[in-house]
Ligand binder design. Structure first.
Ligand code: IVH
Length: 265
């Protein structure tokens, strides 16, 4: 209740999900029909398991940061976000737009998560169940000094409203992410541009096989139609774009011994 509310300048959308190769191929086929072309490029990205935030930069300065909330209205977490070392307080260079909303995921890398939980256990406190919960708890701290010590990180994955001088960004999603990188905003090093459904599916397999080696938690990959003009043509349904989809990883399975069952009526 202590965070004031912020209405996003542009809604923060969600993603539809695919769970197997057939669903992915179906998505590409329908999208090709909609944009009237077969030769479409996709930007493939890890689906980071953290929290979506929107950062508002005016004349290169970080003015405001908000959580996604319900997609239309989020919470003002500016003072906490300003303590995250990965998020620049000012953009680098000169050719950035006068007003730009940069969207991405705040997450807690495994090393910070393990450190935090070890300390919690040492102090007989309850550890966090996973890095996502730990990141959420760390972002919603009333004392930003606590957030500052939690080792949170950030990768940008899209933009929101862009206006004023230099507001004409590159015509492709991948190229826009490279522009953000040039202005000092971190972008996930695992993103890749592909030109076919087959390469998109092998990107998924590659990331899945390297999942446990990555220093942060992911729960799938996100495939985005790369050309912005084609994205506009594809449009949106309800709360998700038609030009992007999350291809989720199967749930992780573990062996366990069932010790007891208590029945209750
Ligand atoms: S793009 C219009 N890219 O997934 C597209 N989202 O299920 C908006 N997420 O709320 C999202 N990694 O918190 C996008 N590389 C990525 C992502 C990503 C994680 C999260 C994000 C979003 C949720 C949707």
């Amino acid at each position: 209740k202590s965070f004031s509310q912020i209405t996003h300048l542009k809604p923060m959308l969600s993603l539809d999900n695919a769970f197997d190769d057939d669903e992915m191929s179906d998505f590409v086929r329908k999208l090709s029909e909609r944009v009237g072309r077969d030769d479409i490029a996709f930007c493939c990205e890890p689906k980071l398991d953290g929290l979506a935030v929107s950062l508002l930069y005016e004349n290169g300065l970080l003015m405001r940061a908000a959580t996604r909330g319900d997609g239309l209205v989020g919470e003002d977490i500016t003072s906490n976000v300003k303590t995250i070392a990965a998020i620049p307080l000012s953009l680098r260079g000169e050719n950035f737009p006068s007003t730009i909303e940069i969207r991405g995921e705040v997450f807690m890398p495994f090393n910070a998560f393990n450190r935090l939980n070890d300390t919690a256990i040492e102090h007989n406190e309850k550890p966090f169940a996973n890095p996502r919960n730990a990141a959420a708890g760390s972002l919603r701290q009333l004392d930003s000094k606590v957030t500052a010590n939690r080792g949170l990180s950030f990768y940008a994955y899209s933009t929101g409203v862009v206006t004023g001088e230099n507001s004409q960004l590159a015509p492709s999603h991948y190229a826009q992410l490279m522009q953000l990188k040039g202005w000092g905003v971190p972008v996930c090093p695992e993103i890749k541009l592909v030109n076919s459904t087959a390469s998109m599916l092998s990107y998924y397999q590659d990331i899945l096989s390297r999942r446990s080696e990555l220093p942060y938690e992911i729960d799938g990959v996100v495939n985005k139609l790369d050309e912005i003009e084609a994205q506009l043509k594809a449009g949106f349904v309800a709360k998700a774009p038609r030009w992007a989809i999350a291809y989720k990883f199967p749930a992780q399975e573990e062996m366990t011994t069932l010790l007891d069952v208590e029945y209750q009526v």
